[in-house]
Design a protein around this ligand. Sequence first.
Ligand SMILES: Cc1cc2nc3c(=O)[nH]c(=O)nc-3n(C[C@H](O)[C@H](O)[C@H](O)COP(=O)(O)OP(=O)(O)OC[C@H]3O[C@@H](n4cnc5c(N)ncnc54)[C@H](O)[C@@H]3O)c2cc1C
Length: 333
Amino acid sequence: MPLADAATLDNTLGLPCRAERFIAATTRDDIRAALAMARRDEVPLNIVGGASNLVLAPTLPGVTLQVACDDWWWEAGDDQTILVYAQAGLSWHDLVTACVERGWWGIENLALIPGHVGAAPIQNIGAYGVELADVLEAVHVMYCDDGRDAVFSRDECEFAYRDSLFKRALAGRVVVTQVVLRLSRRPAPRMGYGDLAERVALHPEVRAIFDAVCAVRREKLPDPAVLGNAGSFFTNPVLEATHAGRLLQEYPAMPHFPQPNGRVKLAAGWLIERCGFKGTRWGAFGVHERQALVLVHFGGGDRQALLALADHIRDTVQQTFGVMLEREPRLMG
Ligand SMILES: Cc1cc2nc3c(=O)[nH]c(=O)nc-3n(C[C@H](O)[C@H](O)[C@H](O)COP(=O)(O)OP(=O)(O)OC[C@H]3O[C@@H](n4cnc5c(N)ncnc54)[C@H](O)[C@@H]3O)c2cc1C
């Protein structure tokens, strides 16, 4: 049986949080034992990775499980691809770095996203025009109710923008133990997003794109080690074309991205900035000065104050544009 002591839970927002019983599971047996403990004692089970996409309560009751298995390995897929197997506790950025060092293409645009491999499929992490779903082959899970193993193919994961089956029907019901990615040996640069293309040569190496992504992110996003944050606090809203069309008549400069299904994605950061929030401070929290989508914690604040600010921003955007923003990080506890 793994140790299950009370512990302070570090999180990128820097909110104070104490987990009543924290288990860092370094083996599959540990994971199974943690699940069994929560069932036996009939207490809540909280599954965390790096806590970079969570708004935590001051206390997490029950069992808090962090998968700490962090091995990875690979095998040849076909003559053009590599299959990468990564355990859930591995740092996502470390995996990206290791693959880029080997010259494998596919996840270089997802560099510097904080957190663990096991959380990557939950919201189908994405950045700079690439989503995990583009390279994901399979997700290995363990069911919380009886510890049985299962494997989900990419199609079965029902991936969408910042969404998957694991956020809906299977939310809180499975622990991701491993993901399998199919990466390419052949160059497959994707530079259509933002100013990436301006920063790299016409025929770049995978390392150059990785470096450019890291540089842009360091310029634009606050480092959680310096200033608490959870990355984007809201997802980009996706509207019916008619609704977006009406807004565009009023705000012709509004960034908008037509989707394959006919709907139109807007930039939540632009909407928040237009409401005058960018760079403002509200007690212990504020709206980042370079990226209005990121709420920051200057220290000493609590979850209630953060959520009050988020609600105020959401309501103001709703009143101004008739668009309802949705929170990206999950509340836990
Ligand atoms: C500065 C910054 C920049 C960011 N940039 C991006 C970005 O560009 N794109 C993006 O998509 N996200 C971004 N994020 C959000 C975040 O990094 C990702 O969502 C990441 O995948 C969260 O990983 P984590 O290990 O910290 O998960 P946590 O925050 O610990 O958990 C997130 C969710 O996943 C669940 N979970 C975690 N591990 C498991 C597991 N093994 N099994 C089952 N469920 C699990 C948790 O229960 C929770 O619901 C950013 C965050 C920060 C702080």
